[in-house]
Write a protein that binds this ligand. Structure first.
Ligand SMILES: [Zn+2]
Length: 190
């Protein structure tokens, strides 16, 4: 959880009122978001949901059907379909979590590169089009292309659990590091 951010840069009391996810859920009603995996995941414990970090406005979760090892996603708590619907504090936190996740993945897997992307809308290939999310996918020279990886996906629960254990430690560490570098006071993942 965020303990307190630079007031000039991050008008916390103001966004708290507007963006508290539990409040949004109350306003929107439960029907609209029921059955959405990204709304459901945070209701479960971290290990069960494969959540490696919970921020105040967004969280980091492993993809259960990874295109490649270490495939994670940064997801806002709010159920909105596109980046344009996100407010700047949400985008700012998600940016921090993207940066921290990349740092953690470099440490854990030493990838040669990354694919980072957002599919907006079913036409663009979004699997869960109602709830926007940022994919972070580590890549290695000589691994195969996106499409082939996708169609050849096989998930070994043990491997996924190993990834979880690694990143559950490394992502919160990286978030703290980045926050420290940016001069933001940031608490530990809850
Ligand atoms: Zn949702």
């Amino acid at each position: 959880m965020v303990q307190g951010l630079n007031q000039e840069k991050w008008p916390r009391p103001w966004y708290r009122i507007l963006y508290a996810p539990w409040r949004m859920k109350y306003i929107a009603g439960s029907e609209r978001t029921s059955g959405c995996v990204f709304c459901e995941a945070p209701k479960h414990n971290d290990k069960e949901a494969l959540i490696v970090y919970r921020g105040e406005l967004s969280y980091v979760i492993l993809n259960k059907y990874p295109y490649n090892s270490g495939h994670v996603m940064v997801v806002p708590y709010r159920h909105v379909p596109t980046l344009e619907d996100l407010r700047l504090p949400e985008l700012a936190e998600m940016g921090l979590l993207v940066k921290a996740s990349m740092r953690a993945l470099r440490k854990a897997y030493n990838p040669h590169g990354f694919n980072i992307g957002v599919n907006v809308g079913e036409a663009a290939g979004a699997g869960i089009a109602g709830h926007v999310h940022i994919h972070i996918l580590p890549r290695w020279r000589g691994d195969t292309n996106f499409t082939v990886i996708f169609s050849a996906t096989k998930v070994l629960p043990e491997a996924l659990q190993d990834t979880y254990e690694k990143l559950k430690k490394l992502v919160p560490e990286a978030v703290s590091e980045v926050a420290r570098e940016e001069g933001i006071e940031w608490g530990t993942s809850s």
